[in-house]
Structure formats: C-alpha cells, structure tokens
Design a protein around this ligand. Sequence first.
Ligand SMILES: Nc1nc2c(c(=O)[nH]1)N=C([C@H](O)[C@H](O)COP(=O)(O)OP(=O)(O)OP(=O)(O)O)CN2
Ligand SMILES: [Zn+2]
Length: 139
Amino acid sequence: MYTLKTNASFDSAHFLAGYEGKCSNIHGHHWTVEIEVGSNSLEMGGNNRGMIVDFSKLKTDLKNIADALDHCLIVEIGSLKRRTLDVLEEEHFKVVEVMFRPTAENFAKFFYDEMKGKGYHVLKATVYETPNNCAAYME
Ligand SMILES: Nc1nc2c(c(=O)[nH]1)N=C([C@H](O)[C@H](O)COP(=O)(O)OP(=O)(O)OP(=O)(O)O)CN2
Ligand SMILES: [Zn+2]
C-alpha cells in the first residue's frame, strides 16, 4: 500500500468539563493534526499520475477542517450555561461547540471521520496537544 502523510495546525482554547485539575480551566494549545491516507493504486494519468492524491489537495482539505477550529474557544455542548455562551457571542468571540469532550483522542477521531467523509482512505489521524503529547485514532 502507498501512504501519504501531511499535517495542519490550529491555535485554540478549550477546557475539560468535569476534569479534576488545571485542565478544567480555560487554556490554549497549538494543536497539530497529522493525517495518513493510503491507497493500493496510484493515479494512472493526467496531472496526478503517480500520485495517490496531490499533496496540495490533501493539505487543503485538512487545513479547511483545522481552520474551522482556529482562534476560538472550543466548548463541549452542554458544558457552559446558555447565558455564558450568549455573553461570549455578544462580545463577538468565536465559540465552536463540539459534541464531544475536547480531548486529543476525541479530536483524533473527529479529524479521522471528517477526512473519511471527504473520500479519503484514512489510515491514521494523530492530534498533538503539545510536541510531547499526542493521541491517535485508526480503525
Ligand atoms: N489522555 C489525555 N489526557 C489529557 C488530555 C487529553 O486530551 N488526553 N488533555 C489534557 C489537557 O488538555 C491539558 O491541557 C494537558 O495538560 P498537561 O498534560 O498538563 O500538559 P501541559 O504541557 O500543558 O502541562 P505541563 O505542566 O507543561 O506538563 C489533560 N490530559
Ligand atoms: Zn488542554
């Protein structure tokens, strides 16, 4: 099998609801997402001959997903009062609500699923919260 790997980054704040410790408070990360896709065959002709997919397309598709999470406060749905969300929105802060606890593990599955939804045969999605700490999802 041939594989391709690329990455994208986003800078955001989050907190872990129900967490005992400092991560229950709002704090930020420079998140890095690494995605690996695979294929048993390569394009036979045209611009992409000899490629699984053009790196630039793979990178752009991943970047578009990451950009939606960039420079915002990521909030697990139900973990903040409606009143708090309304006030943040009144102040024009970008808040992105997600259906999951915003851990590196859950983000790894999120990126895996999003890229799969774009038609990629995703082998592995890895999300780094710090250069030393990462979580991965694969099937
Ligand atoms: N398995 C996981 N554990 C933790 C996650 C996670 O996503 N998956 N996330 C957190 C917090 O988001 C936290 O920001 C991580 O903090 P920490 O491990 O303390 O890392 P730091 O580099 O910020 O702290 P140092 O004090 O510099 O080590 C917690 N756990
Ligand atoms: Zn964190």
